[in-house]
Design a protein around this ligand. Structure first.
Ligand code: FES
Length: 135
């Protein structure tokens, strides 16, 4: 006959194992439906203006300013995640890994990438004092 103390431990252990099994069962379901924990946005300040029609190459993004519109694109290729480069002469972004090409607006020109580049929010500072990019 089991003592009451052993029964209590056994019940707690069972509940704990049930909890772990529930988490283990929910994880693949969460991945399947595409759930991910949203990350905290990073705010990057560029303290000087870029010339009209010019660009600023950041580590994770590229910023364009055509005078009226300012936009920033992720440098992470949407194919397999390599860092893309900007070819100023051709006015295109190109991935060095498999040569996907993107327009300055981030649209796919040539695959294998199928999705456009991620756009980031850009705030132009007053008196042409620079930019704030939220990635
Ligand atoms: S990782 Fe960019 S084209 Fe494949």
């Amino acid at each position: 006959m089991a003592c009451p103390e052993t029964k209590k431990h056994s019940s707690t252990k069972r509940k704990f194992l049930l909890f772990c099994a529930s988490i283990a069962a929910l994880y693949p379901i969460g991945r399947f439906i595409g759930y991910s924990i949203p990350r905290k946005p990073r705010i990057i300040e560029i303290g000087k203006p870029i010339p009209i029609g010019g660009f600023h190459l950041g580590t994770d993004f590229i910023l364009f300013d055509n005078g009226d519109i300012t936009w920033a694109l992720s440098r992470k290729c949407t194919h397999l995640g390599c860092t893309i480069n900007f070819h100023e002469k051709e006015n295109i972004l190109e991935c060095p890994c498999h040569q996907s090409r993107f327009s300055k607006e981030g649209m796919v020109i040539h695959g294998p990438a199928k999705k456009a580049l991620t756009r980031y929010k850009v705030e132009k500072l007053k008196n042409n004092g620079g930019y704030i990019v939220t990635i």
